[in-house]
Ligand binder design. Structure first.
Ligand SMILES: [Mn+2]
Length: 355
C-alpha cells in the first residue's frame, strides 16, 4: 500500500460527489522538499479534479510545506502546473471563482501569513465568501502537537464569512457554526486511533450552510500484543519483539507495540537493526516502553518513553559531547530533554506524504 493512496481515494470520492469547487486547507506535503514521487502523485491526482473534471482547486499552505526563508521555493508552487491555485507565501491572498452565475470569493491565509494577518474581512463583490487557513483555533485541545504550528488568533476568525475552512488538526471538527476542520485523509500515528479520515462536503443554500463529513477507507492500524518484560534482558526483549512482528503484515501500517515492566537499561539494548527494519516497513512504528507493570497502572496516560534508533543516537551524541567536556551539565540535560521531545513529536508526524 502506498502512502499516497489516501489522497487518491479522497479524489475518487470527491469526483463522485460532483462538487463545484475543491479547497485544500494545507499540509499537502509533509516537507518543503518532498520526494519527487510524492510531488508527481499529488499532481496526477489533483489533475483529475482540475484538468480533467475542470473543477477549480485552491490550496493554502500549511506549516509543513512553508519554507522558513522567504527566498526558498515551495514545492506547492508545482500545483499551478495543473491549474490548481496555491497560496504558499507570506501574504493573504484572494481569488474569486465563478461558479455558474455566482461568484465565490476565496480568501486564503497560508501558514506564512497567519502571524501577521490582522482581522480578515470578506469581499463585498462576492456572493459567497470563504476563508481558508491553517493552524490551531483558540481553546482546541490538540492531541497531536506539531513543530512549527501556528495559533490562529480569534480576530482573524471573526469576519463575516459564509464558511471558514480550517486545516492542521487531523480530526473532522466543528469550531463554530460556520467553521470546520475537514480532518486529514489519513491517520499518521497511534495518537489518531480514534480519528476517521475523510473530507468535508459543504453546501450553500439560500444563506445557510450545511457540512457533512465523508469518511474514506484508511490505512491499517495494528496494536500488537503487549509484552511484559519483567526478568528479561535486552537480547530476550529483542527476541520477544521479533516474535511479535515477524508474522504480522506490517508493511505500510501504523503499528504500536507496548512493553511493560521494563527495567532500567534494558530498552536501550534492543537490537537496532530490528527496530530500523520495523520503522522502514511500517508507516509509523511506535515502540512504547513503560516502567510500570501493566496498562492499568498508567491510567492510559502518555508513554514514559517512546524510543527509536534516532532518539538513542541523539542520547549517545549528547553523552559523548558531555564526556568530552563540550557541554555543561545543566545545558546537556536540558538539551537532551528538549531534543527527545522534538524527536518524539517529529517521529509521530514524519512519514505522511499527503495530508
Ligand atoms: Mn499542519
Amino acid at each position: 500500500m502506498d502512502v499516497q493512496e489516501a489522497y487518491a481515494r479522497a479524489v475518487d470520492a470527491i469526483l463522485e460527489r460532483e462538487v463545484d469547487l475543491v479547497i485544500h486547507s494545507g499540509d499537502v506535503f509533509d516537507s518543503v522538499r518532498p520526494a519527487t514521487h510524492v510531488i508527481i502523485g499529488f499532481l496526477k491526482q489533483t489533475a483529475r479534479i482540475t484538468a480533467r473534471a475542470n473543477i477549480p482547486y485552491l490550496v493554502a499552505a500549511g506549516n509543513h510545506e512553508t519554507p522558513r526563508l522567504r527566498t526558498t521555493t515551495a514545492a506547492l508552487e508545482y500545483s499551478n502546473l495543473v491549474n490548481a491555485y496555491s497560496a504558499h507565501g507570506f501574504e493573504i491572498d484572494y481569488e474569486p471563482i465563478e461558479v455558474g452565475d455566482i461568484t465565490v470569493g476565496v480568501t486564503l491565509v497560508p501558514h506564512g501569513a497567519v502571524a501577521n494577518a490582522g482581522a480578515v474581512t470578506p469581499e463585498r463583490d462576492a456572493d459567497i465568501n470563504i476563508l481558508v487557513t491553517h493552524g490551531l483555533v483558540p481553546n482546541l485541545e490538540a492531541r497531536q502537537h506539531e513543530m512549527g504550528e501556528a495559533n490562529l488568533h480569534s480576530g482573524m476568525l471573526e469576519g463575516a464569512f459564509d464558511y471558514i475552512a480550517l486545516g492542521h488538526y487531523h480530526d473532522f471538527h466543528q469550531h463554530k457554526e460556520n467553521s470546520f476542520y475537514s480532518g486529514a485523509t489519513e491517520r499518521f500515528s497511534f495518537g489518531e486511533v480514534e480519528s476517521r479520515p475523510g473530507f468535508a462536503i459543504v453546501e450553500f443554500d439560500g444563506g445557510g450552510v450545511s457540512v457533512e463529513h465523508v469518511p474514506i477507507e484508511s490505512r491499517a492500524m495494528i496494536d500488537l500484543p503487549k509484552i511484559s518484560a519483567r526478568e528479561i534482558d535486552a537480547s530476550e526483549l529483542t527476541e520477544e519483539i521479533r516474535k511479535r512482528t515477524e508474522n504480522a503484515d506490517l508493511d505500510g501500517a501504523i503499528v504500536r507495540l507496548r512493553i511493560y515492566d521494563v527495567r532500567r537499561g534494558v530498552a536501550s539494548g534492543v537490537d537496532r537493526d530490528l527496530l530500523r527494519d520495523l520503522q522502514r516497513r511500517c508507516l509509523n512504528f511506535s515502540l512504547e516502553i513503560h516502567a510500570e507493570e501493566s496498562p492499568e497502572t498508567t491510567n492510559g496516560g502518555p508513554a514514559t518513553a517512546v524510543f527509536g534508533p534516532l532518539q538513542e543516537e541523539f542520547a549517545a551524541f549528547v553523552k559523548e559531547r558531555r564526556a568530552k567536556g563540550d557541554l555543561e551539565k545543566v545545558f546537556a540535560e536540558e538539551f537532551l530533554e528538549k531534543g527527545r521531545g522534538y524527536l518524539a513529536r517529529a517521529a509521530s508526524e514524519e512519514p505522511g506524504g499527503v495530508s
